[in-house]
Design a binder for this molecule. Structure first.
Ligand SMILES: Nc1nc2c(c(=O)[nH]1)N[C@H]1C(S)=C(S)[C@@H](COP(=O)(O)OP(=O)(O)OC[C@H]3O[C@@H](n4cnc5c(=O)[nH]c(N)nc54)[C@H](O)[C@@H]3O)O[C@H]1N2
Ligand SMILES: Nc1nc2c(c(=O)[nH]1)N[C@H]1C(S)=C(S)[C@@H](COP(=O)(O)OP(=O)(O)OC[C@H]3O[C@@H](n4cnc5c(=O)[nH]c(N)nc54)[C@H](O)[C@@H]3O)O[C@H]1N2
Ligand code: SF4
Ligand SMILES: [Mo]
Length: 672
């Protein structure tokens, strides 16, 4: 028996520390590390089943070459040499910017994510990718308000007396925060969920505020209104640590409870009581998560909410403040320039394409204001066919016969089905990596526990070998995966402790903004200044307020939150997890169901002008009136009638950061 330190690679704020025990090449046990402060010995249901995913009978274990039509998923095995020679020859024949790398956070690893791959594409001069699909609205909002993606430390929530869990289904998507919130609850804290959906988390909180999707900015302004008119403000904190308060004050005064209640679909008392509780139950903390920023006004809403703890001076207290993302703490110790080598661009400035609009870019012809047509798409750590909005357009774009598509994957996903070559990738148990977290403040090392299964190769190894075939002789292409993982952090991270323990806790101040000291140029939190506009409530792209004619035809608002058992589209093909999820779930309120003759358990189609999605109706109080919750990003080929929720979502981007608005669409529902 042999045990190694590992890190969960998935796009989840918890970045658990794991230990993996093997006997020869057999995986015996995967456990959460008991001594890691955030993991505390527990992995979620999904990753507890990691052996099932790693040794899945359908794993891709040899390079594959397409023999069928694009999207059909018919391939024949080829050798690595044949595949890599063909790919390198193709890339060499194209203008560099005609090559578009497309990747996201299938693994969040610094090496298998954008380590060697970034070096390769920088050396090539390929188009750059703006990675907006998840967090860019909130990240830009945090940058504007606080100067970086920083906030309270996870452990501090244990001391809070009031926790607003705002747009986050923590039990499903941030389990180790929920553990800390439970600790606070046992010590007397009150938990409030602010979420259109009565999620697994909302139903376990003391109170659930079920606002209309995309109205969080209005609620934040309404809370500010109450703090102002009752003078529940920390004037000293505002004067010393906030820029632009007078303008924000004026704006908030335009949002009395009646207006907020009408906009958010709440009662005036809900708004007034929440403001009173927020001002008086102290320390008061806010756990925002990215769910609430996936709407048109998501960036503005995050900006407004981030300013709330500055109004009350909540930052002064241990257990007070706000956390959306902690990634900015670790960013300061990551050697990004060494890992990614942007200097290999050597003065070239390739265009940057927003991943969220992939279908647009793939369908554009060469043009002076665009550059060359995209002719090669290299996908790794991502499943755009399933997860991008407006799937029908993505499917059309990926079906382009003259587009050369390479997909590095564990499985034949919806995206891999469109590839010319599929290259078998190693999983976290088979490769080296180094990790930071966006939910806690330690960094981790991942040691391989087993040899690569079949002919799988790590992403880094594939790009290393492609570099050799392209004739790139720069020394950095010889760095091993292990050397890159061990070298990923600056000297502030004790490399010996990281190697011995598997993780290293960053030394950080316990209460980062107790006396201001934000990471903005002025050191103050910013409501507005010459560079940063004053935030406001921005209505959804699709809603009665913005598009009344559309709302008359499609009267229900759709949100598409993740399912507990899947992680975006990852794990959909793991049978035990899919069995737990059962069928594609469409939650609908009893009034809306009755008006359409829909009974609980009935099969339904959710539809709009873009497409349709089939699932089973769950009639009950998980959905608020006027809102339909369609859960999880199923693989299209495993969903009903080849559909998933992104048939219904649209390409409209968020106000800040150019992100998709996954919880901002109008639909109707009918029995199937
Ligand atoms: N089990 C599981 N865990 C995951 C993921 C997963 O797919 N499955 N995904 C991972 C990833 S990539 C991320 S980014 C994080 C995301 O983690 P969270 O940010 O927690 O994101 P979501 O679960 O997408 O959304 C949280 C909640 O936002 C609610 N919501 C939707 N629209 C609105 C709105 O307009 N206002 C408010 N207030 N709430 C709204 C949804 O109903 C949902 O309950 O989770 C990670 N963890
Ligand atoms: N409707 C709707 N759509 C959504 C969301 C939503 O809430 N609603 N959530 C959005 C969010 S928050 C996000 S972050 C995106 C996520 O979008 P993606 O990052 O594209 O995420 P996944 O669907 O998890 O696909 C990741 C893929 O990477 C592969 N992978 C994992 N590890 C490795 C590796 O080491 N090497 C290689 N080569 N491949 C690997 C996995 O097998 C998996 O197929 O989806 C978004 N889409
Ligand atoms: S998905 Fe999240 S909760 Fe689950 S093991 Fe990974 S980091 Fe931990
Ligand atoms: Mo995400």
């Amino acid at each position: 028996m042999h045990t190694v330190h590992a890190a969960c690679p998935h796009d989840c704020p918890d970045t658990c520390a794991m230990s993996v025990t093997t006997e020869g090449e057999r995986i015996v046990r995967i456990q959460g590390r008991a001594d890691h402060p955030s993991t505390a010995g527990v992995l979620c249901t999904k990753v507890s089943r990691y052996a099932e995913r790693t040794d899945h009978p359908e794993r891709v274990l040899t390079p594959l070459k397409r023999v069928g039509r694009k999207g059909e998923g018919r391939f024949e095995p080829v050798s690595w040499d044949e595949a890599l020679d063909a790919i390198a020859a193709r890339l060499q024949a194209l203008p560099p910017e005609a090559v578009l790398p497309y990747s996201y956070a299938g693994t969040m690893g610094l090496v298998q994510g954008d380590g060697m791959a970034a070096r390769f594409f920088h050396r090539l001069g390929a188009s750059l990718l703006d990675r907006t699909i998840c967090a860019s609205a909130g990240a830009l909002a945090l940058k504007q308000s606080y100067g970086a993606s920083v906030g309270m430390h996870l452990e501090a929530f244990a001391q809070s007396r009031l926790i607003l869990i705002w747009g986050s289904n923590a039990i499903g998507a941030n389990l180790h925060f929920w553990r800390v919130a439970q600790e606070a609850k046992r010590a007397g804290a009150r938990l409030v969920a602010i979420d259109p959906r009565r999620s697994e988390t909302a139903e376990k909180c003391h109170q659930h505020i079920a606002l209309r999707p995309g109205t969080d900015g209005a609620l934040a302004l309404g809370l500010m209104h109450e703090l102002i008119v009752h003078d529940w403000l920390d004037h000293d904190y505002l004067a010393r640590h906030v820029e632009g308060w007078p303008a924000l004050r004026e704006r908030a005064l335009q949002w009395p409870p009646a207006r907020v209640a009408a906009t958010c679909g709440l009662t005036e008392a809900e708004v007034q009581d929440l403001a009173r509780d927020y001002a008086h139950t102290r320390p008061a903390a806010i756990r925002l998560n990215y769910g609430m920023q996936r709407v048109h006004g998501g960036g503005n809403a995050v900006r407004l909410i981030t300013l709330l703890p500055c109004l009350t001076g909540a930052w002064r207290e241990a257990g007070g403040g706000l956390l959306l993302s902690a990634s900015g703490w670790a960013k300061r110790v990551v050697r990004a320039d060494w890992l990614q080598r942007p200097d290999l661009l050597a003065g070239r400035t390739p265009r940057t394409l927003n991943m969220s609009a992939l279908a647009d870019w793939l369908q554009r012809d060469a043009a002076p204001d665009f550059g060359p047509r995209v002719q090669a798409l290299i996908v790794y750590n991502a499943n755009p066919m399933a997860v991008l909005p407006d799937s029908r357009r993505v499917a059309q774009a990926l079906a382009r016969e003259d587009l050369f598509t390479v997909v590095l994957e564990h499985f034949l996903t919806d995206t891999a089905d469109h590839a010319d070559y599929v290259l078998p990738a190693t999983t976290q148990l088979e490769h080296w990596d180094a990790h930071t977290s966006y939910g806690h403040t330690s960094v981790l090392l991942n040691e391989p526990a087993i040899a690569p299964r079949g002919q799988a190769r790590s992403n880094a190894e594939v790009f290393r070998q492609l570099a050799a075939r392209m004739g790139y002789t720069d020394a950095c292409f010889a760095d091993s995966d292990e050397a890159m993982a061990r070298g990923a952090f600056s000297a502030e991270v004790d490399a010996a402790e990281l190697a011995r323990q598997g993780w290293f806790q960053l030394p950080l101040p316990a209460q980062p903004f107790a006396d201001g000291g934000f990471f903005t140029p002025s050191g103050k939190a910013v409501a507005c200044n010459a560079d940063v506009p004053l935030p406001d409530h921005v209505p959804n792209h699709e809603c009665a307020e913005a598009t009344p004619a559309l709302a008359a035809r499609y009267p229900l608002a759709l949100i598409t939150p993740p399912s507990r058992h899947f992680l975006n589209s990852t794990f959909v093909n793991v049978k035990s997890l899919r069995d737990m999820e059962g069928e594609p779930q469409v939650e609908i309120h009893p009034h809306d169901a009755a008006a359409r003759g829909i009974a609980d358990g009935q099969h339904v189609r959710v539809f709009n002008d873009r497409g349709e999605y089939h699932g089973v109706a769950r009639v009950g109080n998980r959905a608020r009136p006027g809102v339909v919750n369609a859960l999880g990003v199923w693989w299209r080929k495993m969903g009903w009638a080849g559909t998933n929720v992104n048939e219904l979502t649209h390409g409209g981007l968020t106000d800040l950061g150019g992100a998709p608005s996954f919880h901002d669409a109008l639909v109707d529902v009918a029995p199937l």
